[in-house]
Ligand binder design. Structure first.
Ligand code: ADP
Ligand code: MG
Ligand code: MG
Length: 247
């Protein structure tokens, strides 16, 4: 589904990704772990097409098509979803407005008809319920005044509504207490654990992986994948540290 081959990328002329190779098949959940500053978030941004992140070498194909050739909104319409380490606040735009615009913009690119306000609300309410997010959160400005846990739940609601084929989730577990962690983990499994979908789960810690069991675990260090293994690799990293396991 996603094939990254020898990807090099830089920010302001500074090389960050230095030959990253990774393949994720449909039906798989892969965890990316690694020390701070390794380039994990950069990988997410490059795949999402964020401006300022320049690919200098390598290729990325998504469902057989050149991903790097596409504009960010085309990548989203093709089924790519990015969950951010630091979800943005958008004062003046309600969650409902934002999500309905996002969904309908993607449907338009796929030549599907837009959802009406009522149709959309039905979908949004079901997702908010499933994630334990208060209904009135849907009417509030996107992420404004939300706690860390609420932002992450909100991100899962967004993912449930968008129903992407491929999700890149960047430290979705950061700042979550145990209850919120379980809710988010259940959300990822419910929305994304399907034979036609896949997930890249970027995380510092092993604990989210107790809820979302990865098929593969990779260590990203200094801009490339230095080690890959099964779920046991995450446990070994937690015990022994990155320096020991994947220098
Ligand atoms: P990680 O998510 O693994 O902690 P990042 O991808 O955020 O790492 O960062 C990788 C490297 O890129 C770090 O050295 C960081 O300082 C640098 N970096 C990230 N964003 C920028 C930026 N906007 N300008 C310059 N350097 C950046
Ligand atoms: Mg970091
Ligand atoms: Mg990061």
């Amino acid at each position: 589904m996603l094939t990254i081959d020898s990807l090099h990328a830089e920010i302001d002329g500074k090389p960050i990704l230095k030959g990253l190779t990774l393949q994720v098949n449909a039906g798989e959940i892969h965890a990316i772990m690694g020390p701070n500053g390794a380039g994990k978030s950069t990988l997410g941004y490059v795949l999402g097409g964020r401006p300022g992140y320049e690919v200098t070498a390598g290729t990325v194909t998504f469902n057989g098509e050149d991903l790097l050739d596409k504009e960010p909104h085309e990548r989203a319409a093709a089924g790519l979803f990015l969950g951010f380490q630091y979800p943005v606040e958008i004062p003046g735009v309600s969650n409902v407005q934002f999500l309905r615009e996002s969904l309908n913009a993607q449907r338009a690119v796929r030549a599907e008809k837009p959802l009406s306000g009522a149709e959309f609300l039905k979908v949004a309410r079901a997702q908010a319920d499933a994630l334990g997010l208060q209904q009135d959160m849907l009417k509030r400005p996107v992420n404004v005044g939300f706690s860390g846990g609420e932002k992450k739940r909100n991100e899962m609601v967004q993912m449930g509504i968008i129903d992407p084929r491929f999700a890149i989730l960047d430290e979705t577990d950061s700042g979550l207490d145990i209850d919120a962690l379980r809710v988010v983990g259940d959300g990822i499994n419910r929305i994304m654990r399907r034979p036609d979908k896949a997930v890249l789960l970027i995380t510092h810690y092993q604990r989210l992986l107790d809820y979302v069991r990865p098929d593969r675990v990779h260590v990203l260090a200094d801009g490339r994948i230095t080690r890959s293994g099964g779920p046991e690799l995450a446990q070994q990293l937690e015990r022994e540290g990155y320096a020991e396991v994947a220098a």
